[in-house]
Design a binder for this molecule. Structure first.
Ligand code: ATP
Ligand code: MG
Length: 572
């Protein structure tokens, strides 16, 4: 069976209401080959299926290295190498349910490993290659990783902590590993020892295929488990929200070390038979625009931090590139400032579609549809099949325009299965009967659009009023001198807390008291009278996670001279 979800039907809000009413996940489930008694495994759906149809010779992956070397793989090639890897791993002793770390730069082996490990029924845990040895050790101890697939250079980085990691049985090295330790084997040898006829293992819907550590924005990263059935929602939303079709060329800028990078960077687009582009290098405005042009990217999934950086790189640079093939842009990871949406309209000639979800939710939850009228600054509406709302402490839905907890009725297909060795944490999400509590605060407007206010931990209480840092940051970046901003609550004897802003200026601006006053007056006119920053500091960088999120807890700890907590995901 072909197993492609039917084309999207949602063209306007009326269609959306109907789709929500008539929706049943069971009908999406029927699209998968497993519903006809086939192999139940996301790797089978994403790769094997295509290798036995006409897509065998279609390009699945353009993998572009930091040095601009391009490696091309067809679906057939990925299928074959990943099968051999799965078989080779089995011969090494890997078993169903073992945790296998994939600690690689964004090279083709990363993609092949993800599929290979999944094929044999182990749990892949892709780790962002910029994580340091302590971060690696923490995660390896947490989940008892038995196998690690890595590169010689990353091996050198973790070598000092390996003695403490007694669960690790084998380390598989991509590339030349001439004189590395005695538990290492060559990736190429493992692949060569494997059998390309390896049969992908059929799993149960709720068997985990991946363990993803969260971004660590609010504290210690949690090991979130997702089951093979998560693909039901990932594939559906890749079609409906990302609007992916067979003939698209797609670029997801998220690293597979984060949930976006696997669900929407690898598995769901491949399920839909889409060609993906992957770039190993770091952000650079010219390089990024050039990639969009050169590969004729049609659908692009990126993050607010990247979009803000492009915005700061200036509007003129866009004119150097032909972006005419681009037809759909989506964003995730952080609130998407209204200013960025307006910039997209004006300069990219595209409305950027925000999508809200979390590692824990496994797939899109509240989104802007391709054809939905977008209100800049809003996250959109719950997708069909997901009941989301804004509730109070007791789980009562609050009226429109009222702040509350962004909550979801449990039971969506891609909901996390659990948190590795942390049941109390898992239970905390379900502390309000009948709801999953996301930890984010939001409100709904009269039209049912959701607006992000902040993380529950970040909300500022000043003079008896509540201020979400995001609205202040968004107002700040509307000022022409402001590139980025991070906002926190600072304890204050009189007001409880005051709003403090850390402001990064655009190139060409000098920080001065006058500019401070000007920016303050600028935001005063845009925000509630109590919400403007009473303190402002110019900074040259903001602490961010590796996935590009502003770490407000770090700003706050530094401000208060307190311990900064887990920094394993902090950018350099
Ligand atoms: P940790 O849970 O370890 O503190 P994290 O919450 O940043 O880190 P992720 O699961 O990667 O880890 O991110 C999910 C969070 O990111 C959401 O709860 C929300 O706070 C933020 N987020 C993601 N997408 C959006 C969006 N479109 N608008 C606003 N916030 C978003
Ligand atoms: Mg979180």
């Amino acid at each position: 069976m072909e197993g492609t979800i039917p084309p999207r039907k949602i063209g306007n809000l009326e269609d959306y209401e109907t789709a929500c009413k008539e929706f049943a996940w069971a009908s999406v489930d029927k699209e998968f080959s497993w519903s006809e008694g086939g192999v139940y495994n996301v790797a089978h759906e994403a790769i094997d299926r295509h290798a036995s149809n006409w897509r065998r010779n279609k390009i699945a992956l353009y993998s572009i290295t930091a040095n601009n070397e391009v490696r091309k793989y067809t679906f057939g090639e990925i299928a074959e190498i990943s099968s051999k890897l799965a078989s080779g791993l089995t011969k090494l002793g890997a078993e169903i349910g073992d945790r296998v770390f994939i600690y690689l730069d964004r090279t083709s082996e990363l993609y092949i490993s993800l599929i290979g490990v999944t094929k044999m029924g182990a749990m892949a845990s892709p780790l962002f290659s910029a994580l340091g040895p302590e971060a690696f050790k923490d995660r390896a101890l947490d989940c008892g990783a038995k196998y690690v697939i890595t590169s010689p250079y990353l091996y050198k980085r973790i070598e000092p902590v390996l003695d403490d990691l007694v669960d690790i049985e084998k380390i598989i090295i991509v590339g030349d590993n001439a004189d590395l330790g005695d538990i290492t084997v060559k990736f190429d040898d493992v692949v060569a020892s494997g059998d390309s006829c390896f049969k992908t293992v059929s799993m149960q819907p709720s068997d985990p295929y991946v363990i993803h550590y969260t971004s660590g924005s609010t504290g210690k990263p949690k090991g979130v488990l997702h089951g093979h059935k998560a693909m039901i929602q990932q594939a559906y939303t890749a079609k409906m929200i990302l609007d992916l079709n067979e003939d698209d060329t797609y670029w997801c800028t998220a690293d597979p070390g984060w949930v976006t990078g696997t669900s929407y960077g690898v598995l769901a687009p491949w399920y839909l038979g889409v060609t993906i582009v992957s770039y190993e290098g770091r952000f650079d405005a010219d390089v990024w625009y050039n990639l969009l042009e050169k590969y004729g990217i049609t659908v692009w999934y990126t993050a607010p931090t990247a979009l803000r950086m492009l915005m700061n790189a200036g509007d003129e640079i866009v004119e150097k590139y032909d972006l005419s093939r681009l037809r759909h842009i989506c964003s995730v990871g952080e609130p998407l400032n209204a200013e960025v949406v307006k910039w997209g309209d004006r300069v990219l000639n595209h409305r950027i579609h925000d999508t809200w979800w979390q590692t824990e939710t496994g797939a899109h939850m509240v989104c802007n549809y391709p054809c939905m009228p977008i209100k800049p600054g809003s996250m959109g509406k719950p997708i069909p099949g997901v009941t989301a709302s804004v509730v109070d402490e007791n789980g009562n839905e609050v009226p429109p325009k009222t702040e509350g907890y962004l909550a979801v009725r449990p039971g969506w297909p891609s909901m996390m299965l659990g948190i590795w060795r942390n049941t109390p944490k898992f239970k905390e999400y379900f502390r309000v009967p009948g709801w999953y509590i996301s930890g984010d605060l939001a409100f709904k407007d009269e039209d049912g659009y959701f607006w992000f206010l902040g993380r529950s931990d970040d909300v500022i209480k000043t003079s008896g009023e509540r201020v979400g840092p995001f609205e202040v940051e968004s107002a700040l970046i509307e000022h022409p001198a402001v590139a980025e901003a991070g906002v926190i609550g600072k304890p204050d004897a009189l007001r409880g807390e005051i709003v403090k802003a850390f402001v990064m200026l655009r190139p060409g601006y000098e920080g001065s008291d006058e500019l401070k006053k000007e920016i303050t007056n600028f935001v005063k006119t845009r925000l509630a009278y109590y919400a403007y920053p009473r303190e402002m500091e110019f900074v040259t960088t903001l602490p961010k996670t590796r996935s590009g999120k502003i770490m407000r807890r770090v700003l706050k700890a530094q401000e208060l001279g307190q311990p900064v907590g887990d920094l394993s995901t902090l950018e350099d």
